[in-house]
Design a protein around this ligand. Structure first.
Ligand SMILES: Cc1cc2nc3c(=O)[nH]c(=O)nc-3n(C[C@H](O)[C@H](O)[C@H](O)COP(=O)(O)OP(=O)(O)OC[C@H]3O[C@@H](n4cnc5c(N)ncnc54)[C@H](O)[C@@H]3O)c2cc1C
Length: 351
């Protein structure tokens, strides 16, 4: 296929995963990003395969997780730096019912890649509050989120493929797809929770879900695994841990709050009577959609203008596969899955 020139607005997870996908297919990309990021760069970057309580797999897990692992490992080679960290998540089971779900599933072939069988040490695990036993997850990992954003920006800047600026809609002609005098074949908006402030796709229900985390230092919290119950405790090394995360719907405010801090401390205290110092607090905003599915597709009336948004709480798991699916849709006309297609909203809006 002939190489095309694609303008991508927003260089978070959505924009950069798509950019790498397009480069691999032989296209040229130009990213625009204002150089400040409040989602991709502040995320914990964890990929947890399970949805606890009912102990279900994350949506489309088997496809997403292998693509994601391969993508971050390949990216490490591209940017020549470390980003990908395998981790064992230890779930402190929260009820008899949750424990029963785990016991039912641990032998099923569908779950063997993700759930270890609960053994006597898991039953009697004593480094955290243990009422119903605990279980360990396989195949989990975390991506160093701040590095992901910084290294990607530096990479595309070195290639001459990044404009560090605000997208200026008055310099964009939607009929010719010319931006600041340069013509593009296709344009993709991937601006995350700031979609509402962007003059395209404003009709879509992308919500702004504020999230906060804290970092602590503790000599007592175990470092070899990531404890989980009510909150996650992600070991970052040198006895530093990230604790998260809160959810505040329809709130794009970027200031840290005392309530969120107290909520996270409360959750941590449920896990154990640890002593620790709080180092700092992080705030971000996730682009979420009520039906919990991302939104991908073509603009209803402007030709060759596309959207990649709504990555929600699991962007690090989903973005690599979705970027490929969007690229296949844009260049090969492969239809997008109905669950993620923008058309589910356009139909309702009669567009
Ligand atoms: C506290 C917190 C914890 C999280 N933890 C996890 C986790 O553990 N695991 C996980 O998978 N996900 C997690 N997430 C979710 C994940 O971060 C998001 O799904 C993902 O980062 C969204 O990526 P995005 O590219 O759509 O948006 P963004 O990261 O917001 O990127 C959009 C980019 O567009 C740019 N931009 C916007 N408007 C303009 C404009 N007009 N001009 C120029 N540039 C513009 C911005 O500068 C930004 O860099 C977390 C999120 C938060 C807030």
């Amino acid at each position: 296929m002939e190489s095309q020139h694609v303008l991508i607005i927003g260089a978070g997870l959505a924009g950069t995963s798509l950019a790498h996908q397009l480069l691999a297919k032989g296209h040229r990309v130009q990213l625009i990003d204002r150089g400040i990021n409040h989602s991709t760069a502040v995320a914990a970057g964890m990929v947890n395969p399970m949805v606890f309580r009912r102990m279900n797999k994350s949506w489309r897990l088997d496809e997403f997780i292998s693509d994601a692992r391969n993508f971050y490992l390949q990216l490490e080679k591209t940017v020549e730096d470390k980003l990908f960290h395998p981790i064992v998540i230890r779930r402190m089971l929260s009820s008899e019912q949750e424990r029963n779900y785990w016991l039912e599933r641990q032998k099923s072939p569908e779950f063997t890649d993700y759930l270890t069988e609960i053994n006597p040490e898991d039953e009697s695990y004593s480094l955290a509050q243990n009422h119903f036993g605990s279980g360990r997850l396989k195949s989990s990992f975390w991506v160093d989120a701040k590095r992901y954003y910084d290294l990607n920006l530096a990479y595309f800047e070195r290639k001459g493929s990044l404009l560090k600026e605000d997208f200026d809609s008055s310099s964009f002609d939607e009929n010719t797809l010319v931006y600041k005098g340069i013509p593009y074949d296709k344009v993709v908006f991937s601006v995350g929770y700031q979609q509402i402030n962007t003059p395209f796709f404003q009709e879509l229900p992308i919500q702004q879900t504020k999230g906060q985390t804290i970092r602590i230092r503790s000599q007592e919290v175990p470092e070899n695994e990531s404890l989980n119950r009510k909150c996650f405790v992600l070991p970052l090394g040198n006895h530093v841990f990230r604790i998260g995360a809160t959810y505040e719907w329809d709130n794009p405010d970027l200031s840290p709050t005392e309530e969120a801090k107290q909520e996270l401390i409360g959750h941590l205290n449920v896990l154990g009577d640890f002593s620790y110092d709080i180092l700092d607090q992080q705030v971000g905003v996730r682009p979420t959609v009520l039906d919990r599915r991302p939104i991908l597709g073509a603009h209803h009336s402007i030709k060759n203008v596309f959207l990649f948004n709504g990555l929600g709480t699991k962007g690090y798991l989903m973005a690599p596969t979705l970027a490929r699916e969007l690229a296949d849709f844009m260049f090969e006309g492969k239809p997008l899955d109905k669950e993620i297609s923008i058309n589910r909203f356009y139909k309702k809006l009669n567009l």
